[in-house]
Design a protein around this ligand. Sequence first.
Ligand code: ATP
Ligand code: MG
Length: 189
Amino acid sequence: MLNIVIFGAPGSGKGTQSARIVESYGLNHISTGDVLRAEIKNGTELGKTAKGYIDQGQLIPDELMIDILASVFDSFKDSKGVIFDGFPRTIAQAEALKKMLTERGQEVSVMLDLEVPEEELMTRLIKRGKESGRADDNEETIKKRLLVYHSQTAPLIDWYKKENKYCHINGLGTMEAIFAEIVDAIEAL
Ligand code: ATP
Ligand code: MG
């Protein structure tokens, strides 16, 4: 299996590039943000819990996310591989992912870190908020999400470097140029 962690700050383009990877490599896609937004839309208990955190720019508790992730992963049959988009976001989640994959005879193939300057992230997310109406894409919440990213999520860069899975991708440029860099990284595996 080709198991890819797509990583980056909010607005770094994880969802956009994931869609292209799925198309080219026929992988299954888990976007934890999309899963949570679907739960909110459907008015489930999980959705209600998630909304409280998301609207505050905070992360959903690890135990909850880890359970969700395992159940989505196990729903894939005869998978060629999975792209993990928005997970892991904490060291505890990275450790849980490693354990979950090991128990299933699998491992992460690579972690792709989409790096984008902060001013560009703000611009993209404010624009997305206007177009999509995503409630967490407003200036105040974006600032909180970026703080959460730096304190809780960015430490995963060193974690994956230690695992020898880290790959830097320049997330600034055309979608095609960024995707070309991703393809080179995957082909080099
Ligand atoms: P991008 O624009 O790069 O796709 P994003 O940060 O805008 O990234 P999502 O990945 O869609 O957005 O996540 C939206 C929100 O859902 C997060 O701010 C967080 O509250 C919650 N969330 C998503 N994934 C996780 C996770 N693995 N752990 C905890 N909370 C999560
Ligand atoms: Mg996304």
